[in-house]
Design a protein. Structure first.
Length: 190
């Protein structure tokens, strides 16, 4: 096991990014929200966004999403987690209720392993223990950074990749079943 903060950088967008001044010219940035995090697999292309001035964007450069970053909700519905694919269009930022976890080494393997670990029974237990707040649940970033995660061994890499792929396949089957169900409803007494 290794402490998460030793293996990755944890980044949270600073407050004030959505002020009106940034909307006056600049570059269009796609803004990731919790609804963009899929139940399984990598994040899909993000549609929503905001415009940032060149100065504002320059100041936020380290927060711009990179391939294989892990995105986790830490405010509101906490613990929803997903990974950024190797290729994606445009520039992305995660909104303030999300945490970006960026691994220093073996980004692809580590991001998949962390996603699967946080979705596991042990990961859900850790997240549950870190949740605070009555009306709005949240996770403290410093406390989350201190959690222990499995060391990236060949066994962990293989198990994570297999579970990730199996989740994606199951989600595709579920989606197909929903389409079939809706088709039945559409055709009924048509």
């Amino acid at each position: 096991m290794v402490r998460l903060s030793e293996a990755a950088d944890l980044l949270r967008l600073p407050p004030g990014v959505r002020d009106e001044k940034i909307k006056q010219g600049g570059k269009r940035i796609r803004s990731i929200s919790i609804t963009d995090i899929p139940e399984a697999g990598y994040l899909a292309d993000i549609e929503s966004g905001m415009t940032l001035s060149a100065d504002k964007l320059k100041g936020l450069k380290k927060y711009v999403i990179q391939p294989f970053d892990v995105i986790m909700s830490i405010q509101g519905t906490v613990g929803t987690v997903g990974a950024v694919p190797a290729k994606f269009a445009g520039s992305w930022l995660a909104n303030i209720s999300l945490l970006v976890i960026r691994f220093n080494e073996n980004a692809e393997e580590n991001s998949i392993a962390l996603c699967m670990y946080l979705k596991s029974a042990r990961g859900r237990e850790i997240i549950s223990q870190l949740k605070k707040g009555d009306a709005i649940k949240r996770i403290n970033v410093k406390e989350f950074a201190a959690i222990s995660i499995p060391t990236l061994s060949d066994t962990v890499i293989k198990a994570s990749a297999s579970a990730f792929k199996e989740e994606v396949n199951l989600k595709a089957r579920i989606d197909d079943l929903y389409k079939s169900m809706h088709q039945i409803r559409t055709e009924y007494l048509a």
